[in-house]
Write a protein that binds this ligand. Structure first.
Ligand code: SF4
Length: 343
């Protein structure tokens, strides 16, 4: 992160020196990092976890089979790939034979990643991010045990829980509300698109109303909500992507992650792409949509992510999603600066 910020700072300096009149006109976007800094007055980092035993109702056949067409969960969860266990939990599980193993993994990952973040980024506090699969899709006792344990580690100030809108029981939601009285608690929902025909096409397994209701319910209970949006979904034009962003803002999200859709090998989307049924969004169109979405965004909604990619040979297309993050940020900032903004 330090490197990224240094790169961004460099761009700002270059832009400022190239045109001194614009020096004071660039407005820094309200990023999640800036939100956390102002809230805790120190550097807070999100610490991602991938634990054995978690799966997703869209993968295990409960709501659909095969998962979202773009999903190959190992591709965005390296920890999970290394430690995957064959036992999977769901909301009906009566017991959890791998709880001890999950707790060991949790400890290992927290301590290892904390040390790295402290060393390389100067991180002082941490939000433990339950990232892989659907992190509320397990018996309540398991969820409670893992969340409680995560909060005991030195420097941990809260949790961020990545999940699906159809997989959060009232019991879990109320427990998150209870924790939020003393800790920083976030729930992250994949919105992706507000168009049901798109959600069907990507085999999402729930409709848009389901996400809208879940976000509004979490907000009514006072929780912090982050929404994920994907630009470049099959069959969508820019107007549709921006309508999804506008709806997400109106539903009350506090933070947003913007992603481009990219194709990973061995997914359903890869088959669609190879047969010519899906054309990935270009880098230029993605950035143009992103900048427009950011301009439509109310200021109080922080930005957690402006791009995503994968830098190994599992990426099939588009190739620009394999660019290093810093390089993508340079392209994004170049376009943002034309609007007087900087990430
Ligand atoms: S909801 Fe998430 S984990 Fe489940 S299939 Fe879709 S992308 Fe994969």
């Amino acid at each position: 992160m330090a490197t990224t910020l240094q790169a961004v700072a460099k761009i700002a300096v270059v832009a400022a020196s190239a045109n001194p009149k614009k020096r004071y006109l660039l407005k820094q976007l309200y990023t999640y990092g800036r939100y956390l800094k102002s809230r805790f007055h120190t550097k807070v980092s999100k610490l991602p976890l991938g634990l054995s035993g978690f799966t997703c109702p869209n993968i295990d056949g409960t709501v659909a089979k095969g998962g979202c067409t773009f999903c190959l969960n190992d591709s965005f969860s390296p920890n999970l790939a290394k430690n995957a266990d064959k036992t999977f939990l769901n909301l009906e599980s009566k017991s959890n034979p791998i709880l001890e193993k999950q707790l060991r993994e949790l400890e290992d990952q927290i301590l290892t990643t904390q040390a790295k973040m402290r060393r390389e980024w100067g991180s002082k506090k941490f939000l433990v991010y339950f990232q892989s699969f659907t992190n509320t899709y397990a018996p309540f006792e398991t969820i409670k045990t893992l969340y409680d344990k995560a909060l005991t580690y030195d420097g941990v100030v809260g949790l961020s829980i990545g999940t699906r809108s159809d997989s959060v029981t009232d019991e879990v939601l109320d427990y998150l509300v209870e924790l939020s009285q003393t800790k920083e608690i976030w729930i992250e929902y994949g919105i992706q698109s507000i168009y049901d025909k798109t959600l069907e096409r990507i085999n999402r397994g729930h409709d848009s109303l389901n996400v809208e209701s879940a976000i509004k319910k979490a907000k009514a209970k006072g929780l912090n909500v982050c929404g994920h949006l994907i630009f470049g979904l099959p069959g969508e034009d820019q107007e549709m992507m921006l309508n999804s962003a506008k709806a997400a803002y109106e539903w009350g999200i506090d933070s947003v992650k913007y992603h481009p859709l990219y194709v990973v090998k061995n997914t359903l989307l890869a088959n669609e792409y190879r047969s010519g049924g899906f054309e990935p969004i270009s880098r230029e169109d993605y950035i143009d949509t992103l900048v427009k979405a950011i301009k439509l965004k109310p200021n109080h909604i922080s930005i957690q992510r402006v791009t995503a990619g994968i830098d190994d040979n599992t990426l099939l297309a588009p190739s620009w999603c394999g660019l290093p993050k810093n390089e993508m940020l340079v392209y994004i900032n170049k376009e943002l600066m034309k609007e007087g903004l900087i990430y």
